[in-house]
Design a protein around this ligand. Sequence first.
Ligand code: GLN
Length: 191
Amino acid sequence: MKIGVLALQGAFKEHIEILNKLGVKGVEVRKKEDLKSIQGIILPGGESTAMGKLLVDLDIMSTLKDMIKNGFPVYGTCAGMILLAKSLSNDKKVHLGVMDIVVKRNAYGRQLGSFACKAPVVGVGKDVEMVFIRAPYIKTCGEGIEVLAEIDKNIVAARQENILVSSFHPELTSDYRMHQFFIDHLVKKYS
Ligand code: GLN
């Protein structure tokens, strides 16, 4: 099994290392052709405006959007979640726009917005390690969305069928359960 990690910008190397540790081949996605040989994709944290622009400039955006709409498994972490959201509460931009959630960017503030904690994630387990870096959270969800985790009543992980998102960076911890969940419950199921 091969899972791609969008490697245009941001924290992609760490995701690839974890996938390889879990016995899956993690491959960098840098151009449209790279989408052909993978069974799922991770959109990493980084800077969503820059990543969104690169997706358009490199002509990946519309193909990836169609693939996700047709059931292709995707996991968006932090900026990746912003890319997947139907709309943003504090930004006019919409990127892939495939998940029925409204997301607030930099929701914890820009300066003091980084912290780590442990919390339960539905289907994943207790005490999942979470690292937040100028993170977004989900303000509202549509009907088909399963809320997987909340911190202080803000939604920080959710799923819509083949789409998984988290506000936090699991790839910056030694807890690989979010990746394992993505492989077992999305990639194996939908691909
Ligand atoms: N604040 C970033 C953005 O809006 C996301 C931060 C992250 O991915 N760690 O794109």
